[in-house]
Write a protein that binds this ligand. Sequence first.
Ligand SMILES: [Zn+2]
Length: 76
Amino acid sequence: MNDKTAKIEFEVQLQAKACPFCGSWDLRVRESKDSDYPMFVQCNSCGSDGPNEAGAIKAVERWNERKSPGPVPEDK
Ligand SMILES: [Zn+2]
């Protein structure tokens, strides 16, 4: 883990809400291969993930907007 990743993890722990599916606070920001929207929040406990966004903080915001359980359709 480099310094940038550590900082992102810290931000997520401060700002992300508990997983809406399993209630876990064990969350992390992950990076996908999508060059435009590479960042998303994933729950380490149940594996559910949030919407892809360009930045980690935005990804956390989108994660926090999730309310109802259920699979999230992929953005087309
Ligand atoms: Zn979960």
